[in-house]
Design a protein around this ligand. Structure first.
Ligand code: PEP
Length: 252
């Protein structure tokens, strides 16, 4: 389908300037040594480090993203960051609707959709996160929950060129408990089928669907090799150059 895998590091609320710069420079140096890498690399630092990291990786091919943005262009929204501010700081991507945002900040599908539309208006690519909880999985609701979140969060105007989906089972994030290849492929295929209902099968076939949830060097290859898995959104393992690079190399 010509989908180039995306390996995206979500640094979450980790790192001060020295740590972030060392990590970013380490990733950029690895990519410099291997320009033919089979995947695209993205790092998503905390807001405070975005500009410095963007400077550090400029020209290396490593993309930079935010971990959230506001749905409005500007205004009285204390503590928030607009899509244009992310672009101004050097971002080309933004993660939206991560389960930690949905839980910690009460973000709804409708808000995630509004943020994605705003991100697109500022020329950012949106990584829209969806995923079921363990309770929902145990209740047999996995596919339905992901279909509902996808329909509610997918932005009008969304297409392969501006939107990536991250399937992140909540029970696998930061827990060391990873989805089996069968579980991941089942949900990824269902997400792509549902997306086909929204934007048409031909366009859905081009959209990258990342897996996220305790992806590590020792499990990445078998997940990324699945037919509907197009890379990973990586938390803990993205904080170490060697681990992040090993996952990137799993793309072939
Ligand atoms: C994430 O934060 O999106 C994530 C998948 O974290 P981890 O890899 O640590 O499970």
């Amino acid at each position: 389908m010509g989908r180039k895998p995306l390996i995206a590091g979500n640094w979450k609320m980790n790192g001060l300037k020295a740590d972030g710069l060392a990590l970013a420079k380490g990733v950029a140096a690895k990519l410099k040594g291997e320009p033919g890498l089979a995947c695209e690399l993205l790092v998503c630092p905390p807001f405070t480090l975005i500009a410095a990291v963007a400077d550090a990786v400029a020209g290396s091919g490593v993309a930079v993203g935010g971990q959230d943005c506001h749905a409005k262009v500007s205004g009285a929204h204390t503590g928030d960051t607009s899509p244009a501010m992310l672009v101004d700081a050097g971002c080309s991507y933004v993660i939206l609707g991560h389960s930690e945002r949905r839980t910690d900040h009460g973000e709804t599908d409708a808000l995630v959709k509004a943020k994605a539309i705003a991100a697109h208006a500022a020329s950012l690519k949106a990584i829209v996160c969806i995923g079921e909880t363990l309770v929902q999985r145990d209740a047999g609701q996995t596919i339905a929950v992901n279909q509902t979140q996808l329909r509610g969060s997918w932005p009008e105007g969304g297409a392969a060129e501006n939107t990536v989906i991250a399937y992140e089972p909540v029970w696998a994030i930061g827990t060391g408990r990873v989805a089996t290849p069968e579980q991941a492929q089942e949900v990824h295929a269902a997400i792509r089928a549902e997306l086909g209902q929204i934007i048409g099968a031909a366009e859905a076939a081009k959209v990258r669907i990342l897996y996220g949830g305790s992806m590590k060097p020792d499990n990445a290859a078998q997940l990324i090799a699945l037919p509907d898995v197009d890379g990973g959104l990586i938390g803990g393992a993205a904080l170490k150059v060697e681990d992040f690079w090993a996952i990137a190399k799993s793309c072939g």
